[in-house]
Design a protein around this ligand. Structure first.
Ligand code: NOJ
Length: 750
């Protein structure tokens, strides 16, 4: 009897230890090799599933035969429903599809482009924007957003810098984890879906700022400067990662086992799935690595789980498995990762979960209000001689080709944005402002306008001659007290495949500005841009410059909020504005070198130019307000700390003007002597605080060992680099931007 009961308890204990079979296990046990490879196949969803046009095409056949795991690029809910039904009801195992999309800064309600969103320096605003975008996108059935893009970029010639958070690893890491949180939540609710951090890795360091070029970088720089934002997303639990187009020190990222497996999985513990960028598997053929079969094998073996658009996995790998060039284990692992993502979303239990949600959650008043507030918060006041804010009584000349071009305000990724988003001209009319309007110029030279047509952005050239348009603008300026000039880059000049060698405001608009300045009226430049621009002439000649980026669907009202002083600007730059293109790459967290230049004047045998100062026009972290601030009483709670201890840095910030305002207080550090060369300063913390006119607030930061640690990486040694603190002297700096800092010394004891 006793023997039986021991036996029964052992059986009970054993069965309690054997993990229950999950839905994923069950599916995997029934799947053929081809069906497993099908789950790895990610294709653009063609339009027409509903109308029937696509019902018998290649993609439909593939969906029915289980040869597609995810579709992307379509967000019409009825279409998505039709594709999902096809997968669930007509394929053998009925596995639902993932629906991906580039919802980067808003769905229908559009928020400022990421570079601008980061310029709020406000994680709450970033998360609010991500949450609203996700609520809207998921309520149309999307389950996977290709967001956030966190490639560090120090080269504004690269058009894709608009899609990221800028040049700084810490700020970009805050942005990265915040966006992941905003999109995914805890992946339980029916408006919490998969995020996809991209582009792993180092895509923002494409040489010479030219898109799709090679990247060559020391591992020390990777770990300390370029990897942190991707790692922050992994630490925040991001469900997927997109590989990048570029090679990394000679091996394309998409076939790079060190990146995709050693760094991502072994060192960082990533447990989601990796998707290639669009045809990035296939493009390894042109990188010169091998034929389609070879590169498909390389990508899967490197750790890429899903193949976007090459169809190399689904087309080639069955043969590779049979030949032993790819193991069944590797295919199983990739398939399991994709299925687990579907399981996390709840799709394996309820394939229509996201296609059944309430639809009245799109472009609501509440969402638009948030977009307007966040847009206003993202604008950066670069110069102001007191002309801004305008008082209601001023007569305004509104000029410039961007004044009446609302469609441009939604920026480089337009989600499901309405084309007819309100322009500044319309908003000023509706607000009853006292103004006259003259367009003043075309956006670009005639030759450049042909590119606009080829970028398919419905741009229509104004047939009037340049001199006539300028005459009209000058006449408008002469009848007014002040000129608002809405100029800059059209949105399509930024984003993917939009590298430039000049960062000037396009020439026809610059000629317009010159004519306006000659009228003697104060000119306020409302700069539309998705990257740092070269503005030396503008800085000398404009009364004020407000960078309004591409502020999204509510940008026009947000601009008026700031111009008329209802909102006090608080945005700060997250990328350095150089004086000229020759200074690039120019970023605040550079190193000293052995012969640093002490001033901006030329000094022989020091590190400087003969024909340009070293300093930027506007530094990282910079942005003005309609008030002024004074920083006083900067102190450390102790001037020495043990290497496992902490100290508190505090500073008082007084609003010395007459308007309430928000100020972002920034903390930087510098490791004075270290076993590798380190940047002269690095942002380590920031705090955005409200300071009422005349009031003082105290801001404090806890300085802990992790703020002072960095990766020592010897490229010739193997093994995972560790974050470590080297005791000794550190400079602790606080201030309103990266070049206006007060410094105290902290000694970290052994
Ligand atoms: C290519 C882009 O590099 C990537 O950012 C985007 O997510 C994919 N295309 C899909 O549209």
């Amino acid at each position: 009897m006793r023997g039986i009961s021991i036996f029964l308890s052992a059986v009970f204990l054993l069965s309690a230890c054997v993990p229950e079979k999950t839905k994923v296990d069950e599916l995997m046990s029934q799947m053929t090799l081809e069906e497993k490879l099908g789950q790895l196949n990610c294709l653009v969803a063609p339009r027409g599933a509903v109308t029937g046009e696509q019902q018998s095409t290649g993609v439909a056949e593939k969906v029915r035969s289980g040869a597609v795991g995810s579709l992307f690029g379509r967000h019409d809910r009825d279409e998505l429903m039709a594709w999902q039904k096809m997968a669930v009801e007509e394929s053998r195992l009925g596995i639902p599809l993932l629906f991906g999309a580039d919802i980067i800064h808003g769905y229908r309600t559009t928020f400022p482009v990421p570079l601008a969103l980061a310029a709020t320096w406000n994680p709450e605003s970033m998360e609010r924007a991500a949450r609203i975008s996700t609520v809207e996108a998921s309520s149309d059935g999307l389950t996977w957003l290709y967001n956030p893009m966190v490639d560090i970029c120090r080269d504004p010639r690269w058009g894709r810098c608009v899609e990221g958070a800028g040049e700084d690893p810490y700020l970009a890491s805050v942005y990265s984890e915040t966006m992941v949180r905003g999109i995914q939540g805890d992946l339980k609710a029916d408006d919490e879906i998969l995020a996809c951090v991209k582009h792993f890795a180092l895509y923002g360091a494409s040489e010479a700022g030219r898109d799709y070029r090679e990247t060559d970088m020391s591992p020390a720089r990777m770990y300390n400067e370029y990897f942190p934002p991707y790692k922050a997303a992994v630490d925040a639990g991001v469900a997927s990662i997109m590989s990048s187009f570029n090679d990394v020190n000679g091996i394309p990222a998409t076939g790079n086992r060190w990146l995709m497996t050693e760094v991502l999985r072994n060192q960082w513990g990533f447990d989601g799935f990796v998707v290639s960028d669009y045809n990035a598997v296939g493009e390894m053929v042109r990188h010169g690595i091998g034929d389609r079969k070879t590169v498909s094998e390389l990508a899967l073996n490197a750790g890429v789980d899903s193949d976007m658009m090459t169809e190399g996995f689904v087309g080639e790998l069955a043969a590779s498995v049979k030949e032993g060039r790819v193991s069944m284990k590797a295919v199983d692992q990739a398939c399991r990762r994709v299925l687990e993502a579907k399981e996390k979303l709840g799709l394996l239990d309820d394939p229509y979960k996201f296609l059944r949600c309430e639809q009245n959650r799109i472009y609501t008043d509440e969402h638009r209000k948030a977009a307007r507030e966040i847009a206003a918060e993202s604008f950066v006041l670069l110069k102001n001689d007191g002309t801004l804010p305008l008082s209601k009584g001023k007569k305004v000349a509104l000029v410039g080709p961007l004044a009446d071009a609302g469609a441009q305000y939604t920026g480089s990724w337009q989600g499901a944005a309405y084309d007819d988003c309100r322009s500044l001209l319309a908003a000023m009319k509706e607000a009853g402002c006292d103004f006259v309007f003259a367009k003043g110029s075309n956006m670009l030279e005639d030759a450049e306008l042909e590119q606009a047509a080829c970028r398919n952005r419905k741009y229509v050239r104004d047939p009037r001659s340049e001199s006539q348009m300028i005459r009209e603008a000058v006449a408008a300026a002469r009848q007014s007290d002040v000129v608002l000039a809405a100029v800059g880059e059209p949105a399509w000049m930024t984003g993917e495949a939009s590298s430039r060698t000049s960062l000037d405001i396009p020439q026809p608009q610059k000629r317009l500005l010159e004519a306006l300045v000659n009228t003697g009226r104060p000119v306020v430049l409302l700069l539309f841009s998705g990257r740092p621009m070269t503005l030396e002439w503008e800085d000398s000649n404009m009364a004020a410059i407000l960078d309004v980026w591409y502020g999204g669907s509510e940008a026009a009202d947000a601009i008026l909020d700031v111009v008329y002083g209802r909102v006090n600007p608080s945005g700060k730059l997250t990328m350095t504005f150089p004086r000229n293109v020759g200074q690039i790459p120019l970023y605040y967290n550079m190193k000293n070198g052995g012969r640093p230049a002490k001033t901006d004047s030329y000094k022989r045998f020091s590190s400087c130019y003969m024909d340009s100062p070293n300093s930027p026009l506007y530094p990282f972290g910079y942005g003005l307000s309609y008030t002024t601030f004074e920083y006083t009483d900067f102190a450390l709670s102790a001037d020495a700390m043990p290497s496992d201890g902490s100290v508190t840095a505090s500073v008082k910030v007084t609003n010395t003007g007459s308007r309430d305002a928000d100020e972002t207080v920034q903390l930087y550090i510098h490791d004075v002597y270290s076993s590798m060369t380190r940047p002269v300063k690095e942002l380590k913390a920031f705090r955005k605080v409200r300071v009422k006119a005349g009031e003082t607030v105290e801001v404090s930061f806890e300085i802990t060992p992790d703020l002072l640690s960095w990766y020592y990486v010897d490229p010739f040694e193997t093994g995972a680099p560790q974050l470590a603190l080297e005791p000794g002297d550190f400079e602790i700096m606080v201030g309103p931007d990266s070049s206006t800092l007060q410094t105290l010394m902290l000694n970290v004891l052994e």
